[in-house]
Design a protein around this ligand. Structure first.
Ligand code: ARG
Length: 464
């Protein structure tokens, strides 16, 4: 009688009352964790093969389970699978369907396993694939940056500090700064992958299984580097999800910073780049508008990934060992992080590929605002004036230029000479932005020659 009340539920044996309808909906995760179906089936097939390998299942039972699970995967992919909220989650939905399809053998799949080690395994398998896809997408974006850097090794724009014109830099150099940030992101995801790729299966509910299971065998089948060492830790650990989300939050922070620059650069005030009509939208009221929605959205979406990181850290902070249902809350933040990162990387790669540069505008901006004042101070220093004195002299020259509304290149040699006898005709070479960037010719500097050398090194890095 008892079992009949909850006849759908695998755990009905102990219960005498039907689950409250609201509780059923509240505790169910199938609406979102069905996304794990592929990895759940992969894990179940490996588990069944291991059970047959150690003699807990017969080969015939194992074959029936594997075939049944493959059919179910096909049904899911062709939209022929009815997901049931009464069956709570992806795991019980698939297991119940397997039993329906193949009968007795299906009832043996869950031998020596719990949903606790099962879900932790599924999420790791899922994240491993997500990380591999993200690593490739970061590379794709880096490749576009290197293409632009190569084409624009000589292109000059002003570099900024405090968002004030500071010194001229090359556009290629600027793209390589973004490349470096992404290279660190790539390293972080690769490092995180090592801790993702550890197998919880065999931990069962929390204490391990009483069958002669061969965890190394299952790990090998699933491509895990090793089985997790401790069963209590294996079912409760979500560090790998936190680490993944932290790496993602920092990547999104980088994309948000790029976005801020693109938004500024595409404004009428800067007018350095055109993002392309395909990557902008208009205003429903102001006919003249072409808005940089894509970078704005990426900047905005960085907030939700940082939020997911906070959610996961908070989710974990008060959990005693081992598994707690709290952990079911890990999936939506992780899934949304994966979607947000992948979409942002994809849209960025396409958008940068289409971006047009306004080289003359950038050069003009670099030639104004006294961007080569430091070069003038360096010039005086190279001609025997101590740097602190040179700094003072150039400060006075800049003030004079501001008062007479001119750029440094528009001052006469006589005027300049009045500030320092060390200034000669050749000063005009270094006052041009081209001279300024070419002079910074050392590892990490902005000179076109250095940009080309850095691109060659970067291509080498991308091969790994
Ligand atoms: N849906 C659950 C989750 O996502 C699966 C594990 C359930 N385990 C349990 N003991 N209720 O965490």
């Amino acid at each position: 009688m008892a079992g009949k009340m909850n006849k759908d539920k695998p755990w009905a044996g102990r219960f005498t009352q039907q689950t409250d309808a609201l509780v059923e909906r509240f505790t169910a995760s199938v609406a979102f964790d069905r996304r794990l179906y592929k990895h759940d089936i992969l894990g179940s097939i490996a588990h069944a093969r291991m059970l047959a390998h150690v003699g807990v299942l017969s080969e015939a039972e194992c074959a029936a389970i594997v075939a049944g699970l493959q059919d179910i995967e096909h049904d899911i992919e062709t939209g022929k699978f009815d997901w049931s909220v009464a069956l709570e989650d992806v795991h019980m939905n698939i297991e119940a369907r397997l039993i329906e399809r193949i009968g007795e053998a299906g009832k043996k799949l869950h031998t020596g396993r719990s949903r606790n080690d099962q879900v932790a395994t599924d999420l790791r398998l899922y994240l491993r694939d997500a990380i591999d896809a993200i690593l490739q997408q970061i590379k794709d974006l880096q490749t576009v940056l290197l293409d632009i850097a190569g084409r624009e090794a000589e292109t000059i724009l002003p570099g900024f500090t405090h968002l004030q014109v500071a010194q001229p830099v090359t556009f290629g150099h600027h793209m390589l700064a973004w490349f470096e940030m992404l290279e660190r992101d790539r390293a972080r995801f690769k490092d995180c992958r090592k801790r993702v790729n550890v197998m919880p299966l065999g931990a069962a509910a929390l204490a391990g299984a009483s069958y002669p299971i061969d965890r190394a065998y299952t790990a090998e089948l699933l491509g895990f580097d090793a089985p997790a060492e401790n069963s209590l830790d294996a079912v409760s650990d979500r560090d790998f999800a936190v680490e993944f989300t932290a790496a993602a939050a920092l990547l999104m922070t980088h994309l948000s910073r790029f976005s801020e620059e693109l938004i500024l650069w595409s404004s009428a005030q800067f007018d350095f780049v055109d993002l392309g009509d395909a990557f902008c939208t208009g205003s429903s009221i102001m006919p003249q508008k072409k808005n940089p929605d894509v970078p704005e959205l990426v900047r905005g979406k960085s907030g939700r990934v940082t939020g997911h990181l906070m959610a996961l850290l908070t989710l974990m902070k008060a959990q005693p060992l081992a598994y707690n249902k709290d952990n079911q809350e890990d999936k939506e933040p992780v899934f949304d992080t994966v979607d947000t990162v992948q979409d942002s990387l994809r849209v960025y790669t396409a958008m940068l590929g289409a971006m047009q540069l306004k080289r003359e505008r950038m050069l003009h901006a670099a030639a104004s605002g006294f961007a080569t004042a430091t070069d003038l101070a360096d010039y005086l220093t190279k001609n025997g004036v101590p740097f602190r004195d040179a700094h003072e002299i150039v400060g006075k020259i800049v003030r004079h230029a501001i008062e007479t509304r001119r750029e440094l290149t528009e001052l006469t040699l006589d005027e300049l000479h009045g500030f320092s006898a060390a200034i000669k005709q050749d000063v005009f070479d270094i006052l041009e932005p081209q001279g300024s960037v070419a002079a910074r010719n050392h590892l990490g500097g902005t000179a076109p020659a250095q940009v080309r050398a850095a691109i060659a090194r970067a291509k080498e890095q991308l091969a790994h």
